[in-house]
Design a protein around this ligand. Sequence first.
Ligand SMILES: *Cc1c(COP(=O)(O)O)cnc(C)c1O
Length: 415
Amino acid sequence: MDIIDKLKKAEEVIWYNPNYAEFSRVRDELPISLEEVREAENRLKRFAPYIKKVFPEVADGIIESPINSIDKMKGRMERDLNKEIPGRLLVKRDDLLPIAGSIKARGGIYEVLKHAETLAIQNGLLKYDEDYRILASEEFRDFFSKYTIQVGSTGNLGLSIGIMSAKVGFKVIVHMSQDAKEWKKNLLRSKGVQVVEYTSDYSKAVEEGRRLSNEDPKSHFIDDENSKDLFLGYAVGGMRVKKQLEDMGIIVDQEHPLFVYLPCGVGGGPGGVAYGLKLVYGDNVKCFFAEPTRSPAMLLGLVTGLHDKISVEDIGLDNKTDADGLAVGRPSSFVGKIMDKILTGAFTIEDYRLYDFLNELYEEEKIFLEPSALAGFLGPIFTSEKYKDSNIIHMCWATGGSLVPEEIVNDLLMK
Ligand SMILES: *Cc1c(COP(=O)(O)O)cnc(C)c1O
């Protein structure tokens, strides 16, 4: 297989999914329904007054990010890479998501809140139609302090879950892989989160966290490899894009397709968002996953059909990348199986380009992103070789960056 050879050599490659099928034919076979995503959205609405109370910076209590048009960046990419990109270029600013500063503010916060709601309701302390601001009271914080939340993470999921859980009042333990940046661990410790460090990769941190959590009946493990709730939190974000684009006067239809490029680690974030987008746009949206050349876990799982039964190490790659959020060697099979027929394609990108895009985006648009969040920017370059229609709307999903401390921002801009 040609593509596997290229992956082995850590070459950049784009893959178009031969299993893609019309969305209307496959949606009923998928293990997540539109109703479940709507339910998740309603849950987030119930929590909005609480969020607003405990995080006053979230003005309406709804955790959402803007979409920007980035014409100058488009021009810069066309000049620097000597390729035309027909159509327009947008960026989805999940780097600006409040509380956690990354796409993890969608799934992670959703699952923590759902768990808190479930416990409060099961114990007769809360009703669905009550004002959820009572959850911020001392009485509730005492109640939640008897319970623990644990999670394994390369960094950002730990940040999102750690910050939200600590606010709710849960005990929280974050199992961090070796890739996790020091500042992310320090930030969590400053919020009273227990951080356990591993000298191994992400899969091992998840495995250990899951094992330790299972030993404690009052502990809930947020399972990045298998969690339906994380996936639903991300899917809400995908669905909300439609209204946001309409408000910008952008209509997506057969003549004006939307191409979305999503940085992918274990798959939950990009998978959930892609699923939400498919629910509102069907075949008029084409979703692509972006991974580092040395960590193409999801692409390898999809191409071989082996999902979590194969890792990038199995084909001789070292899973070393500066894109810490994407440093995953083995994908989620739960997500891979959902993506099998709805993902249009996936591609890989070399680390040096992440820094090129990081600097270009900063120079042209004054937008700073963390390295992982730039992986999608090679997408429009790749797809424009095949799709030349000037009606295409390209959207790069910027997955994180606003929490990066200033001295590290300066370091990254020098690279
Ligand atoms: C986690 C993360 C991703 C990928 O999400 P997965 O659910 O791991 O696939 C992409 N970008 C950033 C910045 C992240 O933190």
